[in-house]
Design a protein around this ligand. Structure first.
Ligand code: FEO
Ligand code: CA
Ligand code: CA
Length: 671
């Protein structure tokens, strides 16, 4: 089978933004961030050698990026590891991964959830399904805020199922609800009177947050199904959070509602996340700015967080979302954090960790270093923003005891915060690579940013990081360390605003519509250290498009086209899996999930495992290779230019419950 299909004419860009998403996704997901001025105007990233680099970038993929010199250099960076999956060989697979035959790319107009031969998919739970006790069945024609508070939220992003009570038949599904597509949700979106509009707004507000749902299955090869359970829980704007860490209680976090600066209500725009080694879930608060109507005169610090828009009218429901009210002026400072939820304790207030810094958190992924410290890697998903690392002060306590677990849930409350600077070594070697440094922001309880106290660094982390001049990245999204090698993989999803005058070796393409994946190797394998080496393992795109340089880890054979890497995950063998957000606008195919071996002879051999329906993004992947299944969150299905409640572009998950699309959590398992 051919994985590099005939060149096809890309979809017309009508209705697409220059950021490669559809216009409606941009509007609802991040309040048209691409059309607004860049939030980072600090001019960071000045270390590059533009002259050497520009010659390289303009060269073709085959002659430079795919050169044998490049392959040899990158092979030297690879580690001995398990052999990757063997697509097309009848399902034979190395231990710890799957055998499958890669699917063909699916044209962007096709409304179908596509899996490889020999596999099937099942919906676990969808927007509007009951979660909490007493929640009514979904009825799109009669939604109310009160119903939505107890039903599964909209636009699930991060997703995992954690084993419950040591059973392989009981689990807790945890999902984020990042944002809403109001025009697809409400029948009277365009026609409602003032009271109806207010009801819709409040319903949408409660469709944000997170869900915890107990799921059960008959046996290890069966699909998970939700059940009524005491664990079932919606986390909404009414949920009280504890603010912890060095900035808790800071005047910067106090409002008229909470003069102590130690509590917050709700979590918003929860994007990626992770499950910690101690069994809790982390979630990143990302584009929260869109929910606030701007202050009369935003400060520079507020502008750096995008608090310059008219908002979404939420202030009419809860006044804290109107920043014209001075008593709530600090309310945005109580968002943009990493939050930690303990799904096993429905009564425990979730926590916002100030020690991990405040920015547009895509997510946070933790690894326990050889020294026992918890190390978390975090992306700030905006154009020209930064990559961060947190190193816990205390060390992990192994073992199943409740005392150990309680201790481990404090690990993210105190520690050191760094931001990454990448130095290229020039492109004459045919490889995008170099060395890097973790620049200290807060270390040992001291601020390393001139003019900033510890509290100021943690609450205005973006502004503080600007001072030390880290590398401005092409929208760093999900970042995860490999459980096998400890190497760290950073999905830089795209940056069409990157100009030729502002390139560097870690962000080497102008008008980068397809994104790339950075591989970071901590020096000496010490994740608590401050130096590393790096290379680009993927420079994404359609390899059949000669106008776009691409690179696939040195692999010279056929690959699946891939664009806009967003979330990353690993199977038990340490193979990287990448999900995408934006392929329809960049290469004309529906988004999907891709296997990418990162070691051994098949390093860089991208193979597409699944494709989500039209208009959707593939989120929250979990590759449960030892348990034989994959989880994905199908976010914003049917979000296609011109689609509406009355005229949907998708009927996913094709359940007959609703005539339009419902964002859903999906399990993919052997047929
Ligand atoms: Fe919510 Fe950065 O994607
Ligand atoms: Ca180089
Ligand atoms: Ca994302």
């Amino acid at each position: 089978m051919t994985l590099t299909p005939e060149r096809r004419t890309l979809l017309p860009m009508l209705g697409r933004t220059h950021g490669t998403r559809s216009a409606s996704v941009c509007h609802w997901k991040c309040a048209d961030a691409c059309t607004r001025p860049d939030e980072n105007v600090s001019g960071a990233e000045r270390f590059v050698d533009v002259v050497r680099r520009s010659a390289h970038v303009s060269a073709s993929r085959r002659t430079v990026l795919g050169s044998s010199a490049a392959g040899a250099a990158l092979a030297a960076l690879s580690v001995a590891g398990p052999v990757a999956a063997a697509p097309g060989r009848g399902g034979a697979a190395a231990p710890g991964t799957f055998g499958f035959t890669a699917i063909d790319p699916v044209p962007a107009e096709v409304d179908r959830f596509t899996v490889p031969d020999g596999w099937r998919w099942e919906t676990i739970i969808s927007w509007g399904d009951p979660v909490e006790t007493g929640a009514p069945a979904f009825d799109a024609e009669a939604q109310t805020p009160e119903k939505q508070k107890r039903q599964f939220g909209y636009n699930n992003d991060y997703l995992d199922i954690l084993p419950l009570a040591g059973s392989d038949r009981r689990g807790l599904l945890v999902a984020n609800h990042e944002y809403t597509n109001d025009e697809l949700m409400f029948p009277d979106y365009a026609t409602a009177d003032a009271a109806g509009k207010l009801r819709n707004t409040e319903t949408a507000m409660y469709a944000h947050g997170m869900s915890v749902v107990e799921v059960r299955r008959r046996g290890p090869r069966d699909a998970w199904k939700p059940v009524r359970s005491r664990y079932n829980r919606r986390i909404t704007l009414d949920t009280e959070f504890v603010i912890d860490g060095p900035a808790a209680g800071s005047p910067l976090l106090r409002t008229s509602e909470d003069p102590t600066g130690t509590r917050a209500y709700g979590t918003l725009n929860n994007c990626a996340g992770s499950t910690t080694p101690w069994g809790t879930v982390l979630s990143g608060e990302e584009n929260v700015d869109q929910y606030f109507s701007k202050p009369a005169v935003p400060t520079a610090r507020e502008a750096r967080y995008g608090l310059t828009s008219a908002g979404r009218g939420w202030g009419a429901v809860q006044s804290r979302f109107d920043l014209a009210n001075e008593g709530t002026r600090n309310e945005p400072n109580r968002f943009f954090w990493v939050v930690e939820v303990d799904p096993e304790d429905p009564t425990a207030p979730p926590v916002k960790h100030t020690a991990m810094g405040r920015f547009k958190h895509e997510g946070a992924s933790v690894r326990i270093d050889a020294s026992g410290h918890a190390v978390a890697y975090m992306g700030d998903d905006n154009r020209f923003d930064y990559l961060y690392k947190f190193v816990s002060r205390d060390t992990f306590r192994p073992g199943p005891s409740q005392a150990a677990r309680r201790h481990n849930t404090t690990l993210l409350s105190a520690g050191d915060l760094y931001v990454a600077k990448f130095d290229g070594d020039g492109t004459e070697d045919g490889v995008y690579d170099g060395t890097g440094e973790w620049l200290p922001l807060v270390v040992g309880g001291r601020s390393f940013v001139p003019g900033y106290s510890v509290e100021e660094v943690l609450v205005f982390t973006r502004n503080a990081a600007d001072v030390v001049q880290p590398t401005a990245m092409d929208r760093p999204e999900d970042v995860e360390p490999s459980p096998v090698t400890g190497y760290v993989y950073v999905a830089c999803t795209n940056n069409t605003a990157r100009t030729a005058a502002r390139l560097d070796e870690a962000n080497p393409r102008p008008a980068n519509k397809d994104g790339h994946v950075v591989e970071i190797i901590e020096d000496g394998g010490d994740a608590t250290g401050t130096t590393f080496t790096w290379n680009l393992v993927l420079v994404c795109g359609d390899p059949d498009d000669p106008s776009v340089p691409t690179y696939f880890g040195g692999w010279q054979g056929e690959v699946s086209p891939i664009s806009c890497p967003d979330n990353v995950a690993f199977d038990a063998a340490g193979n990287l899996w990448v999900s995408t957000d934006g392929q329809p606008g960049s290469i004309g195919y529906n988004d999907g999930l891709f296997l990418v071996p990162v070691s051994g002879p098949e390093r860089g051999r991208v193979q597409q495992f699944l494709a989500v329906p039209t208009g959707a993004e593939t989120c929250g992947p979990q590759v449960k290779s030892e348990d034989g299944y994959v989880l994905v969150a199908v976010q914003h299905p049917g979000d296609f230019p011109g689609a509406s409640y009355a005229a949907p572009a998708s009927t996913f998950p094709y359940d007959g419950v609703f005539h339009g699309p419902r964002p859903s959590c999906v399990q993919v398992l052997p047929a």
